[in-house]
Design a protein around this ligand. Structure first.
Ligand SMILES: NC(=O)c1ccc[n+]([C@@H]2O[C@H](COP(=O)([O-])OP(=O)(O)OC[C@H]3O[C@@H](n4cnc5c(N)ncnc54)[C@H](O)[C@@H]3O)[C@@H](O)[C@H]2O)c1
Ligand SMILES: [Zn+2]
Length: 697
């Protein structure tokens, strides 16, 4: 078993869920101890966050299985083993809930509104500031004098570090009394003890020189330096402090978070210079992005932005859930790179027989999503990275690009390299790479069950015939029964109605729905049918281009066969189509040259009858032109945009080339936009495109 964390909770039984929750509780407790109590984490924060996310996902799906020792209820780690004196906090020290996406931030604000029963458009003012990566510390001032400093510990009981903070210049022994507001009898200032990046590097260099322990990161260095039995060790370490809140207080001389933080600054304790106030979600997200942009240049490490409801009256009403305030949220920066372990390397066999190696990973959060698999592309790529099972790798995921392995961190050379299979794992046929090709392919062809089922899956997929309810599982099930030898068999399934109804998991209604969905495709779109056959190099766009020219499948086949036989006129006719090159002509010829393909084709056209392929086009300014859509489209999907282009007699292409006439660019457009500028191609926005479409009536 490689990847238990990938199972969708809705597809899990209770026993499996309870089991996994138990395992997660144990794992998370272990890593909490390593991180919080021992300052020696073994896994990256992104991997830790993935475990916590998984735990939350299961707890949401199975609320009655939430354990008494659930990690979602615990803060930090208990300090019983610490050599420092223990301190019980008068007011608990909490953690913060995490958000990783804009949507999760919007949901946070919506939740606050719902809780307070505010109208959906009522303003909710929030403060926003950087989330410093240090360790929290509570400073208790009585009549303005520092009487105790304590770490968070498990939130209830922390460690006494009063002597240790005595040498931290940012922490005054006495609050200033000249601010106009006299410090209350009791006031606990809470904030972050941290080490600046430059100080951290210098400390590590000095430690190394002395042959002492070096620290993994500034957070660990700060924690390790503060939590010292011998306070003189702390004194020699360059620690700093920024306040971000307060705990027990005999009086709170302000009615907003913002005003109280200004007061704390006026008492002489530093607060973040990036603290600001936001009127709405748009401002919160804008501040988040601005802080993210400054991140690398800040003198200290941060890992996100913290939002807090500004009104203290509202904070009081909102209160707390398990271990975090309802009025606060940490919006973390997505780790666009993250480290994890390759737990297995599996080989997937595709519809063309291509063997694709897939790395099964220990789940890790990258760019806000949990990643459990990564494609390793091909034999050469595995060789280049030198990836073996058990290696630590760096994953990268930028924007919505699929994750990639960018580096292998494991360098011991004594373990054997991964051996790429020379036989297909599905059918044991020989697997070879052709001259000059990087892809290794199974030579099993028709005997390879993987290739055959993949072809069927492709045939019914969204972009091809799009048969609703005929998913991968059903195809695999019927294929194993010998019911699906080729695409035409799909249209003969109706003869097996009673057999299907008799099978576990099928009911009269579900079978009838499936059969109706199949019947609905008896007169399929010819281009989708052609694409569904999976002829090499004939993608969805090429299939349409071919049929626009030849109107019916038999007409296309006749030309392709003539071209294959050496008929120059037929070849020229095919090559005259925009987007059709010699590779496509050859692939078509090869396809119709193979007797088995012809049998499949004839069989299929005996079951279905696609109408003539005639695309109605409207008179328009872009007729006959090639258009490229790039960036985010806001009023329509990519598919709709392509359909609009087609309706206007234009061709929608995937990449910008000298043949491109027009580029429609939305927000986030990148390299294609740049290329268009280089080539001097006209660029318009989505609104201008909508005008063109409307004008064509
Ligand atoms: N790698 C590991 O093995 C491992 C193990 C445990 C925890 N962790 C890391 O620690 C995190 C969990 O720790 P946590 O419970 O302390 O939660 P947290 O660090 O995600 O957030 C809460 C803490 O943020 C701090 N903070 C910094 N700036 C703040 C601000 N402006 N306002 C309010 N608080 C601010 C406070 O100290 C607060 O206690 C995980 O998400 C993970 O990143 C890693
Ligand atoms: Zn095979």
């Amino acid at each position: 078993m490689s990847d238990p964390a990938g199972i969708d909770p809705s597809a899990m039984g209770e026993a499996a869920a309870a089991n996994e929750l138990m395992r997660l509780a144990r794992q998370i407790a272990y890593h909490n101890r390593r991180y919080h109590a021992e300052d020696a984490p073994e896994i990256s924060d992104a991997e830790y966050d993935a475990l916590v996310r998984r735990n939350a996902e299961l707890e949401t799906a199975f609320p009655h299985l939430i354990r008494a020792d659930s990690p979602s209820r615990a803060v930090g780690h208990e300090v019983s083993a610490s050599p420092l004196r223990k301190v019980t906090h008068e007011v608990r020290m909490m953690s913060l809930d995490n958000a990783f996406t804009d949507e999760e931030v919007e949901e946070f604000v919506a939740r606050v509104r719902r809780f307070l029963a505010l109208p959906a458009d009522a303003p909710v003012v929030m403060t926003a500031e950087d989330k410093i990566d240090g360790l929290s510390c509570s400073l208790r001032y009585e009549d303005g004098r520092l009487v105790r400093a304590a770490t968070r510990g498990d939130g209830q009981v922390g460690e006494d570090v009063t002597a240790n903070v005595a040498h931290i210049k940012d922490i005054p022994q006495e609050l200033r009394s000249d601010s106009g507001v006299v410090p209350p009898a009791v006031f606990e200032i809470r904030g972050e003890v941290y080490m600046a990046k430059a100080d951290f590097l210098a400390l590590n260099a000095a430690q190394e020189e002395k042959g002492d322990k070096v620290f993994a990161n500034p957070r660990n260095a700060a924690a390790g330096s503060l939590r010292q039995k011998d306070a003189s060790v702390t004194a020699a370490r360059p620690l700093r402090f920024l306040a971000h809140g307060w705990g027990a207080a005999s009086a709170v001389p302000a009615d907003t978070q913002w005003a109280m933080m200004q007061q704390i600054a006026a008492w002489g304790v530093p607060v973040s210079p990036l603290l600001t106030r936001c009127d709405d979600t748009a401002q919160m997200l804008a501040h988040y992005r601005s802080i993210q942009a400054q991140r690398a240049d800040l003198p200290y490490d941060i890992d996100g932005v913290v939002y807090k409801v500004d009104s203290l009256e509202w904070q009081r009403r909102l209160g707390f859930v398990a271990k975090a305030p309802r009025w606060g949220m940490a919006h973390k920066f997505p780790a666009e790179q993250a480290e994890t372990t390759v737990e297995a390397i599996d080989i997937q066999v595709g519809r063309t027989g291509k063997l694709t190696p897939v790395g099964r990973l220990r789940p890790v959060l990258v760019g806000g999503v949990t990643v459990t698999n990564v494609t390793l592309h091909n034999r050469d790529e595995i060789g280049r990275l030198g990836v073996r099972v058990g290696d630590r790798v760096v994953l990268q995921r930028a924007g919505d690009v699929i994750p990639q392995v960018v580096e292998n961190l494991t360098r011991e050379e004594d373990r054997p390299a991964y051996v790429f299979p020379d036989h297909c794992p599905e059918c044991s046929s020989e697997a070879v790479a052709e001259e000059g090709e990087v892809d290794v392919r199974c030579t099993g062809g028709l005997v390879c069950p993987a290739q055959r089922t993949e072809r069927l899956k492709h045939f019914v997929s969204r972009a091809a015939l799009d048969i609703e309810g005929l998913g991968e599982k059903t195809i695999a099930e019927f294929f194993a029964l010998g019911w699906l030898e080729s695409p035409a068999d799909i249209f003969r399934l109706r003869k097996r109605r009673d057999d299907i109804v008799g099978r576990e998991g099928w009911k009269d209604k579900s079978v009838d729905n499936l059969l109706a969905a199949i019947e609905a495709k008896r007169q399929p779109d010819a281009a989708r049918l052609l694409f569904g056959l999976g002829i090499r190099h004939v993608g969805a766009v090429t299939a349409r281009d071919l049929l626009k020219r030849f109107v019916t499948l038999p007409a296309l086949r006749a030309v392709a066969e003539r071209a294959h036989g050496g008929d120059e006129e037929a070849k020229a006719e095919l090559l005259g189509i925009d987007g059709v090159g010699p590779v496509v002509v050859e692939a078509l010829g090869d396809f119709f040259h193979e007797p088995h393909n012809i049998a499949v084709w004839d069989d299929l056209l005996g079951e279905v009858s696609p109408p003539d392929f005639i695309v109605e086009t409207r008179a328009s300014a872009v007729a006959g032109k090639t258009v490229v859509f790039t960036g985010k489209l806001e009023t329509m999907s990519r598919d709709e945009a392509k359909a609009q282009a087609e309706a206007l007699g234009a061709r929608a292409a995937g990449s910008v080339s000298p043949k491109t006439d027009l580029v429609v660019a939305g927000p986030g457009a990148g390299s294609k936009l740049k290329k268009a500028a280089e080539l001097g191609i006209e660029v318009i926005d989505e609104a201008a495109w909508a005008e063109i479409f409307k004008a064509a009536g």
